[in-house]
Design a protein around this ligand. Structure first.
Ligand code: GTP
Length: 527
């Protein structure tokens, strides 16, 4: 048999442990999934926002360049009318500069690269020939052009926006161009700075040489980027977004777009860590909101566990006391509210029943005489002891079959047994339900008569004696019986003494001739 280990974990603990583990696992998984979904949503929305931001800036710059070309185109037409007229050229340069405040300087150059007009006044430039690649390209291509950024002889970082001048006959005369200073607070600063975001998002513009035309970190303007996937993608004409590390290895959520009429790249980006910063607050808020529901859930789990385990604990307790007299009542009082507990209770009630039947049959066997079925000596002693504990009056009959030895000797032991059973049956028949008939040993019997006076006991004894004497015993014929009677109220309080007195009177009946009842000592002497 295996005994219950004292430190064995209880069902309540087990259920709680498993439920809590399951809840924790579900909670962690939910938080992890929520974190992933929120993070992806944030990244996606930030990428989309930066793509839109880059497109918007690219579009603004494109509009500015279109407008600039429009203004330059008009001036080209004006100067083409009288290209040899210096005053006309000067007036147009002044007007153009005044018209477009984003133009830092206006140049009118002939087809050989010679400066015919420069405004604001830079007299030393007039008459000089400009040989920079950018000017040569403008003269060569003879179409509206935006140069990449370059450093002029005067040390300014500029882009040169130009428009060709054609005579009415279609002869190429030169170009009208405007320099836009890059480092100063010029047009790009206005266009991009206006869109500045305060969430760490910033934009930069690079030309087709990857030279920075604008950067929120102004000292970097003019720097040539060694590599940039976003700039390269924009220069290829793509418009999109990507999650990439920048030159310093910081992961960026970047949108990019191309300025179509200049092949410039606009990139708007935000450090990924900054974009995901709200996630921490979001998750904390989520956790805080989960806590009250979690506590309610925990209380429900505790209550549920108690409700489930309580009947089982009570059933286990009762199962240890199946033989106790009130176990059935205890079991019936248990609230076995669910099927399994009810089934266990039913099984235990059945066990209680069987244990009782077993104990009942065992105790009956232990208290009966196997031959006659009457109570045995032990049961008789127990009854007399019980009577000793009370004030109840009772009488005792000591009965002994006369000359029984002869029966055995004459008819055999088996016939003697039959005779014993028949006499026992007569004693039983002549007594009341509340009387206790016992086989005291051999052919001796005792009949205990509660609430009986000596006289009533004598009458019963006489009736038994008479019945035995007049009953035909199988194979034997008739038998007689001698009976001694004693009574508590007359003789003694103690059962031992009463029994002894009944025995003495039985002995008196024997010596007095047998087949008689003796109920007092006077009869003994007279017998
Ligand atoms: N068949 C049978 N005989 C028993 C049993 N128990 C005792 N006896 C017999 O009962 C007889 C009792 O004999 P005795 O004690 O001498 O008494 P008696 O012959 O009845 O004579 P008195 O009592 O003096 O009248 C013995 O022969 C026992 O063997 C039993 O269970 N069955």
């Amino acid at each position: 048999m295996k005994y219950l280990r004292p430190n064995a974990i209880g069902l309540r603990g087990l259920i709680l442990t498993f439920v809590l583990l399951a809840v924790m696992a579900t909670l962690c998984n939910s938080l992890w999934v929520a974190y992933g979904v929120q993070r992806d949503a944030l990244i996606h929305s930030r990428l989309e926002a930066n793509r839109a931001y880059a497109s918007k800036v690219a579009s603004s710059i494109g509009q500015f360049l279109s407008s600039a070309h429009h203004h330059l185109g008009y001036s080209s037409q004006m100067v083409a009318r009288d290209f040899g007229n210096p005053q006309l050229l000067k007036d147009e340069a002044v007007r153009l500069h005044a018209q477009d405040t984003d133009f830092n300087a206006v140049r009118i150059i002939d087809a050989s690269g010679k400066v015919l007009q420069a405004y604001p006044d830079q007299a030393h430039l007039i008459g000089t020939t400009l040989r920079s690649d950018e000017i040569q390209q403008a003269l060569k291509e003879r179409r509206p052009l935006v140069s990449h950024a370059y450093v002029t002889v005067t040390g300014n970082l500029i882009v040169f926006i130009s428009n060709p001048i054609f005579s009415a006959a279609g002869e190429f005369l030169g170009v009208v161009g405007a320099s836009v200073f890059i480092r100063d607070q010029g047009v790009l600063h206005t266009l991009i700075g206006n869109h500045y975001h305060h969430d760490g998002t910033y934009a930069f513009v690079a030309d087709d040489n990857r030279r920075l035309l604008y950067h929120s970190d102004h000292p970097r303007i003019g720097e040539v980027l060694t590599s940039s996937p976003t700039v390269d993608a924009a220069l290829r004409g793509e418009n999109g977004a990507m999650d990439v590390p920048n030159l310093k290895g910081i992961q960026m959520l970047a949108g990019y777009a191309q300025v179509k009429n200049a092949n410039w790249a606009v990139v708007a980006q935000q450090p990924r860590a900054l974009a995901l910063a709200p996630l921490e607050t979001l998750m904390r808020d989520m956790l805080i909101k989960i806590v009250p529901a979690g506590l309610v859930g925990l209380i429900l789990i505790l209550l549920g566990t108690m409700l489930i385990t309580r009947p089982l604990q009570q059933l286990a307790k009762s199962a240890n006391r199946l033989s106790a007299p009130n176990t059935s009542e205890e079991l019936n009082a248990i609230n076995a509210w669910y099927r399994e507990a009810a089934a266990i209770r039913q099984a235990l009630l059945g066990s209680v029943q069987r244990v009782r039947q077993k104990i009942g049959s065992l105790s009956q066997a232990a208290q009966s005489d196997a031959l006659t079925g009457l109570a045995n000596r032990r049961a008789m002693d127990a009854s007399l002891q019980a009577l000793d504990q009370t004030e109840r009056d009772y009488a005792v009959l000591a009965l002994d079959i006369d000359h029984f030895k002869r029966v055995n000797d004459t008819f055999g032991h088996d016939v003697g047994d039959i005779a014993l059973k028949q006499v026992a049956a007569i004693i039983q028949q002549c007594s009341r339900a509340e009387d206790l008939a016992c086989r005291a040993g051999g052919e001796e019997f005792v009949l205990v008569l509660p609430e009986s006076s000596l006289e009533a006991a004598r009458d019963i004894a006489e009736r038994i004696r008479h019945t035995v004497a007049t009953t035909e015993i199988a194979q034997v014929g008739t038998l007689t019986i001698s009976i001694g009677v004693a009574c508590r109220s007359v003789d003694s309080q103690a059962s031992g003494a009463i029994l002894k007195r009944a025995d003495q009177r039985l002995y008196g009946a024997k010596t007095g001739g047998r087949n008689r009842v003796v109920a007092d000592d006077a009869e003994v002497q007279s017998a």
